[in-house]
Design a protein around this ligand. Structure first.
Ligand SMILES: [Zn+2]
Length: 274
């Protein structure tokens, strides 16, 4: 391992050799760490643009493929799972869920491989359309399944990804007491992570293919001011509401991972860049 002084020397050498700050960080495996110890701060700043593709609904084939594509580019995917979707008694919320869902054997494996596995409800109930007390029951059941099934899960360190991105102010207030952050309605653009951030908005497109909408939305984001872009993706190719072509995802991650000041991150690692 590098000593602290050697890290800094290597960093300076890389810069002198024309390597970008981002390349140096990658080589050192330091991610967004700025402060190491003893008040010594590496000359790192928050990335100016963070992009999160937030994949919902946990389709088995799509999730495996998504993880493989992210791994090809040295990145971690953000996969949001319906706690009961793999069970025989699961009732499809609508026609856009009619593909086999992964189970917690798969989710534990993908988590071990470095992907973010987060709750996306117990059974995809629209929690803004049921009484608050009922919504709390469904969220509680979701937390119970994740506690039981997903290795190392703690709600207080997790993201709750609301089904249909539907929430009420009262429900959100309660969710803040259970989770580190929630993802719900509010649009594609969020501020860069800040201390105390508890709510992310997101956007999306569907029910047809999202290739054009997603790539144009990202291009527009990168032409504007710094921030955190959160797009609610679902399945790949022919699975789910608003599917994304796997080849387009591959090309997109290839392009984005080569851009200075752009980080493709799941939610919690993005928050941890603060
Ligand atoms: Zn969903």
């Amino acid at each position: 391992m590098y000593g602290l002084q050697n890290i800094f020397l290597k960093f300076k050498t890389d810069l002198a050799m024309g390597k970008t700050r981002r390349e140096s960080i990658k080589l050192l495996g330091l991610g967004g760490i700025g402060l190491l110890s003893g008040g010594f701060t590496l000359p790192l700043k928050d990335p100016r643009y963070i992009i999160t593709l937030s994949f919902d609904d946990g389709f088995e084939k799509s999730s495996i493929r998504t993880a493989e594509i992210y791994e090809k580019h040295g990145l971690s995917a953000c996969l949001n799972i319906i706690a009961s979707a793999h069970l025989d008694q699961f009732q499809l919320p609508n026609e856009y869920h009619d593909w086999p869902a992964g189970d917690f054997t798969l989710w534990n494996e993908l988590k071990r491989r470095g992907h973010e596995i987060m709750p996306h409800s117990y059974k995809h109930t629209n929690l803004a359309q049921v009484p608050l007390e009922e919504a709390k029951v469904w969220v509680g059941k979701c937390i119970d399944v994740f506690n039981e099934e997903l290795d190392g899960f703690a709600a207080s360190e997790s993201v709750f990804n609301l089904p249909h991105n539907a929430s009420t102010p009262e429900l959100e207030e309660w969710l803040y007491t259970r989770f580190r952050i929630i993802r719900t309605h509010g649009g594609l653009y969020n501020p860069l992570p800040f201390k105390g951030m508890v709510r992310l908005g997101c956007g999306g497109f569907g029910p047809g293919n999202i290739d054009k909408h997603l790539t144009e939305s990202i291009d527009n984001f990168l032409e504007g001011p710094p921030g955190w872009f959160v797009y609610n993706t679902h399945g790949l190719d022919d699975e789910g509401w608003g599917p994304l072509s796997s080849g387009v995802l591959d090309e997109l991650l290839s392009r984005l991972s080569g851009l200075e000041n752009v980080e493709v991150l799941p939610v919690i690692p993005a928050l941890d860049t603060i």
